[in-house]
Design a protein around this ligand. Structure first.
Ligand SMILES: [Zn+2]
Length: 303
């Protein structure tokens, strides 16, 4: 059996104060959920080394990167991000970025790999936002572009929130096609323009969502061929999610993940799965929901 390469680091989970909105403990619960499913044994985790300042500064304004690392973000910048600018949060952001890069490298080799973090799609070139310090997908793409030989890249962003930071970063990059399928009434309230935006009305459920996804993928197919894809598999599209406005079920999320993974596989398009958002108060259920991506990716490798 081909094992799905899974990138994970215990420090994806950084301590936050009690009652913080961001469900940081989900990373630990996800690790348990993946072990329980036999998707990974502890010795199988691929563990990233923190991304260096130089790697991150290829995707972000070096002055912003320096302010993050020397702890001099303004109060306004910190508020926009939503995390305290602590050493552990910074380390987590470096690790998640490096994890997405490693996952992309494995995807290029084996066809499919997943990071158990990442999807920081609100982070822009010059600032962070919405629980996103650094845009991990942008860090990964800039690193691969710099090495040379990377063909056109497709970003399929199915988190319930628009990938506004990603759209802005790659607005003038003809080598990257950005697709965002999101809830129209949700954060960010001022949307960016992706190469393809599909905005769904509040309350959309499985059927409408999957129909829209199918149409989006068909349109993306006409923009290819691509050499690499990133898939933000945020589960905040779920009906029980605190920050979503859609009403997908667990089965709907599974059908979505299967559709995206199958679409890429049918095109021999290497796919990098990244975790994305998810804000259910029940952390166990949230972790189980995130685990669907890994189950579907492993099943696709065995097909
Ligand atoms: Zn989200």
């Amino acid at each position: 059996m081909t094992r799905l390469p899974i990138i994970h680091h215990p420090d994806y989970q950084a301590p936050l104060h009690d009652g913080h909105t961001f469900p940081m403990s989900k990373y630990g619960y996800l690790r348990e959920a993946l072990l329980k499913r036999g998707l990974a044994a502890p010795e199988d985790w691929l563990t990233p080394a923190p991304a260096t300042d130089a790697m991150i500064a290829r995707a972000h304004d070096p002055a912003y990167v320096a302010r993050v690392f020397n702890g001099t973000l303004t109060a306004e910048e910190e508020k926009r991000i939503g995390y305290p600018n602590t050493e552990r949060v910074t380390r987590r952001s470096r690790l998640a970025s490096a994890g997405t890069l490693i996952a992309a490298r494995f995807a290029l080799e084996t066809g499919l790999a997943c990071n158990t973090a990442g999807g920081s799609h609100h982070a822009r070139f010059e600032h962070g936002a919405g629980f996103c310090v650094f845009n991990d997908v942008a860090v990964a793409i800039r690193a691969l572009q710099r090495e040379g030989g990377l063909g056109p890249v497709l970003i399929i962003d199915c988190d319930v929130h628009q990938g506004d930071g990603t759209a802005a970063i790659f607005r003038n990059d003809p080598g990257v096609f950005t697709l965002s399928l999101h809830a129209s009434g949700n954060y960010p309230f001022r949307k960016e323009t992706s190469d393809l935006d599909i905005a769904l009305p509040d309350g959309s459920g499985d059927t409408d969502y999957l129909t829209a996804l199918d149409a989006a993928l068909n349109r993306a197919a006409h923009e290819g061929p691509f050499s690499l894809a990133f898939y933000n598999a945020g589960v905040d599209v779920h009906a029980d999610d605190r920050l979503g406005r859609l009403t997908l079920t667990d089965d709907g999320i599974r059908a979505r993940d299967r559709a995206v993974i199958g679409w890429a596989k049918a095109r021999n398009l290497p796919l990098t799965g990244i975790l994305g958002g998810g804000y259910d108060k029940d952390r166990h259920r949230l972790a189980e929901r995130h685990a669907i991506l890994f189950e579907e990716a492993q099943a696709a490798l065995c097909r």
